[in-house]
Design a protein around this ligand. Structure first.
Ligand code: XMP
Length: 507
């Protein structure tokens, strides 16, 4: 294991992912993790992340100087590099100019980090402070025009630092550098693979659960599905999955989820057809947040009623994944999507403990695990779908008729995107039903029908997004199929807005 000590940098998760991509297992821990804990873990290496602070500022995050005496290799990145310098008696000062962006860095090829890196390599810089005086025993291993110490090292103690960010893609040979640190300095073996992870997890779950009962709220999304299947492989029908069909799913989705879980996996699958209850509650409601609230509350109510029938269970499954753990574990505030999770935890489902089988995995690792477990690709690579479902893609009041119209239009859109081979490259794409009706002509008849809007965005984190530039032929085909095949739609619009200022969903 390698530890990534988090000093608040925006790329901390990225560092962990890059390390894992080298098949080395790592965990992100807060900067103030005690030395005892680190000794106990006894990692093969430690990476200090960047961070927004300045080492001289009051209250800037720091760590115990003794960490450098443990004999564990350390790589400091950006702030981490400055901190290492500062704690070991070097000097950090404000740079005359803030350096930001792609920068040509000259590396010393004799360094273990840079042996196979091009001598002049493009690296990503983002810093206002820089190392001015090296700590004793250190040498310079890289420099750029405006940064005399872009890299420093003391190989005898396996201490390395870089001012730039090897973890971001703009550092063209960054992965090589991290790889070199992990394999040439830390002597990692690179055995962390998904198949061994799933195998071990299943074994551990089996031991933990024993002959007890487990309950899971299955949404049919990637995380809850992978979590459920992992547990089912461990304890079979001791797991009950409750799948609440709120009638706001995409076309045929409820049936598809049911089919997969009842025919391919050994679980106790309960589908609750609660469509009408949701439609009744939503009648006459058009305000987006009100719709979300109603759906969230009703979801919990339905789930609880079903759970009660089962009685006390020992464990409740949560599909928490590693980015959630990092965010909440470090007490950061920016959980922008908190309102997004339908319902949260049912207050009074009777359970003793929560299990989170995915809490150590990043999203792409969850997908890999899913494939490993034999979950169909269609489900594993599913795009995100909001908990309140089509209700927030139908502007204004939700009616059964509108749901039907939208389901049909959306299904055509998705089918054509898949036919064009675009389904894996677009972050999210869907149809939304506007509340606008307009005049059209069909045959010789005047029509007065709905306009459907198509949305497709590319994004890395769903916090910001760009409208995808779909090929015109694809849009043309989708549009003509929708107006021909879906009754009550006579106009198709394409949403060209990015986020911000728009959001991805319409409501
Ligand atoms: P927005 O619309 O905020 O969406 O740009 C960002 C991402 O979050 C999803 N989303 C939701 N997911 N419940 C959810 O479970 C919600 O209420 C909700 N609203 C938005 C959206 O699909 C996108 O992936």
């Amino acid at each position: 294991i390698v530890i990534v000590l988090d000093f608040g940098g925006q790329y901390n998760q990225l560092i962990a992912r890059r390390v894992r991509e080298c098949n080395v297992y790592c965990e992100v821990l807060p900067y103030n993790t005690s030395l005892e804990k680190i000794k106990e873990i006894n990692p093969k290496g430690i990476i200090f992340t960047g961070g927004p602070a300045s080492v001289y500022a009051e209250d800037s995050p720091t760590c115990d100087k003794e960490i450098f005496e443990l004999g564990i290799p350390i790589l400091g990145i950006c702030y981490g590099c400055q901190l290492m310098t500062y704690l070991l008696g070097g000097k950090v000062s404000k740079a005359p100019v803030r350096e930001y962006g792609k920068t040509e860095v000259t590396v010393n090829k004799n360094s273990k980090l840079f042996g196979d890196v091009t001598e002049k390599s493009i690296c990503w810089m983002s810093h206002t402070d820089l190392v001015e005086v090296l700590p004793e025993g250190f040498t310079i291993s890289a420099h750029s025009d405006s940064c005399p110490v872009a890299g420093l090292e003391k190989p005898s103690q396996s201490l390395y630092g870089v001012q730039f960010h090897p973890e971001v893609v703009h550092t063209q040979e960054g992965t090589k550098m991290l790889y070199n640190f992990l394999f040439k300095v830390c002597n990692c073996t690179g055995e962390w693979k998904m198949d061994s992870f799933t195998e071990q997890s299943i074994k551990a779950l089996k031991e933990k659960i024993g002959d007890k009962k487990v309950l899971c709220a299955l949404s049919g999304g990637v995380d809850s599905s992978v979590a459920a299947v992992m547990i089912s492989k461990a304890v079979g029908k001791q797991l009950t999955c409750i799948f609440v069909d709120h009638g706001l799913l995409r076309k045929n989705e409820g049936d598809e989820v049911e089919k997969i879980f009842t025919t391919q996996f050994d679980v106790n699958f309960v589908r609750v057809n609660a469509q009408q209850r949701f439609y009744d509650k939503l009648a006459g409601v058009s305000e987006p947040e009100a719709k979300r609230k109603i759906i969230g509350e009703e979801f919990i109510r339905v789930f609880e009623e079903e759970a009660k029938k089962i009685g006390t269970v020992d464990f409740l499954v949560q599909g928490t994944i590693y980015p959630d753990v990092i965010e909440s574990g470090l007490g950061k505030s920016a959980v922008i999507k908190s309102h997004h999770n339908v319902g949260g935890l049912p207050d009074y489902v009777d359970f003793k403990e929560i299990i989170e089988p995915l809490r150590l995995l990043f999203k792409d690792e969850v997908r890999k695990a899913g494939l490993e477990l034999g979950i169909p690709e269609k489900l594993v690579f599913r795009q995100p779908f909001p908990g309140p479902g089509l209700a927030i893609r139908i502007i204004g009041e939700v009616t059964e008729e509108k749901i039907k119209i939208l389901q049909e239009a959306d299904a055509i859109y998705r089918e054509e995107i898949a036919n064009a081979g675009l389904d894996r490259s677009i972050g999210q794409y869907f149809a939304a039903l506007t509340n606008m009706r307009s005049v059209g002509v069909m045959g010789d008849e005047r029509t007065y029908d709905y306009a459907v809007a198509l949305r497709a965005v590319t994004t890395t984190d769903f916090m910001t997004a760009e409208a995808a530039e779909l090929p015109w032929e694809v849009l043309g085909k989708v549009s003509s199929r929708i107006v021909n095949e879906v009754k009550h739609i006579n106009r198709v619009l394409y949403d060209c807005t990015g986020k911000p200022p728009a959001t991805i969903e319409f409501e």
